[in-house]
Design a protein around this ligand. Structure first.
Ligand SMILES: [Zn+2]
Length: 365
């Protein structure tokens, strides 16, 4: 199946831009694992195994040699090589997290030879509206207006990062929204600093208002769930906390990352027709164990509900690493089933087609 999967372009339905600058060792390592990175990790070993050859180095090249070769080639060439090597057909790019300048969706698509679409981050729209000095009464309409202007393929909620996923399912009234905005804009914390951070939204009424705005536009809603960086309270990022909201949302719900709740996410995908999942950045974080994680997610999740994403951010290596580990994990899973007589080779090829691309097309059009 691996040869077959190598021919199938992947739709990467959740990823971010990459940096255009050259990186020193500390900056590189930090981007590798969204934390104090270390090469002595599943991610580090996977990088040395699968990324070194793209830079003309032998597999398992030492970190110092890898970083020296990377610097020698320069960021532009490194970006070009890894994005091309990933074998992508489409990239859906979350443009809402920009701690520094990143390549745009169009630039990523060009390098990857793939179609590129934008996914808007709901909380960013709300924070921009707040920063632009709108009144509490005018807030709801202004958010709706800006969301309506976009050409986004989907919306993304990061409620898991800010409040948690245990959101009241009910659609808030405009009066409730105005009350919450008023409390937010006049909070002592916000008054103390003029910094951009002061506009950081973390209010359960407003998170769910934003989700309902996206649903009203007919946009599929992606939710951050499961692992992330040190900002996430992982207990509150369990997708099961979304069950009430999932029951009433009339649009596709995409559960991103999901680990270590990937089995629970599989359950939600099994029982709700409009719920889909991926294991995203779990693949490069678990490296050699990526196959086991994907297989666990597919214990319950129907095969028509699993999507591919890299959740690549900052480093172009993560596009290639995600794609490579995903193809290997899926190939191993499908080969195993063929060998066991669980399904035929023909069925396995059909499932490969669904998970690499067709399921995403079904959700996003
Ligand atoms: Zn992400």
């Amino acid at each position: 199946m691996l040869d077959h999967l190598a021919q199938l372009p992947l739709t990467d339905h959740h990823c971010h831009g990459v940096v255009a600058r050259d990186l020193d060792r500390a900056a590189f390592a930090a981007l590798l694992t969204e934390g104090p990175g270390t090469f002595d990790s599943q991610t580090g070993f996977a990088l040395r195994r699968w990324c070194a050859p793209v830079l003309d180095l032998p597999p398992h090249a030492e970190p110092d040699d890898y970083l020296a070769r990377r610097a020698e080639l320069g960021a532009a060439e490194v970006n070009r090589r890894f994005l091309r090597a990933a074998g992508l057909g489409a990239v859906y790019v979350d443009t809402g997290y920009l701690p520094e300048p990143l390549l745009s969706p169009a630039e990523l698509g060009e390098l990857a030879g793939a179609r590129a679409r934008e996914v808007v981050r709901l909380e960013l729209i709300a924070e921009q509206v707040a920063r632009d000095g709108v009144t509490a009464q005018g807030f709801a309409d202004e958010v709706r207006r800006r969301l309506d202007q976009g050409h986004a393929v989907a919306a993304k909620s990061i409620a898991a990062y800010r409040y948690g996923l245990d959101l009241d399912p009910a659609r808030p009234t405009d009066a409730e929204v105005a009350g919450a905005v008023s409390a937010w804009l006049t909070s002592p914390q916000r008054a103390e600093t003029e910094a951009a951070e002061a506009a950081r939204l973390a209010d359960p009424v407003l998170h769910r208002f934003l989700v309902w705005c996206a649903a009203d536009q007919g946009l599929p809603v992606q939710f951050h769930t499961g692992i992330g960086d040190a900002d996430v309270d992982l207990r509150r990022a369990d997708p099961l906390l979304l069950t009430g909201l999932i029951r009433v949302l009339p649009v596709p719900v995409l559960l991103l990352h999901t680990y270590p709740y990937h089995r629970a996410a599989g359950h939600l995908a099994q029982v709700f027709p409009h719920v889909f999942l991926d294991v995203g950045l779990t693949l490069h974080n678990t490296g050699h164990r990526a196959g086991a994680v994907l297989a666990e997610a597919l214990e319950l999740a129907p095969f028509g509900k699993m999507l591919y994403s890299s959740d690549a951010f900052g480093l172009p290596e993560l596009f290639h690493l995600g794609a490579t580990l995903f193809r290997r994990a899926l190939a191993g899973f499908l080969d195993d089933g063929i060998a066991d007589g669980a399904w035929t080779a023909r069925d396995a090829e059909r499932v490969a087609q669904m998970i690499t691309m067709e399921n995403a097309t079904h959700v996003y059009g």
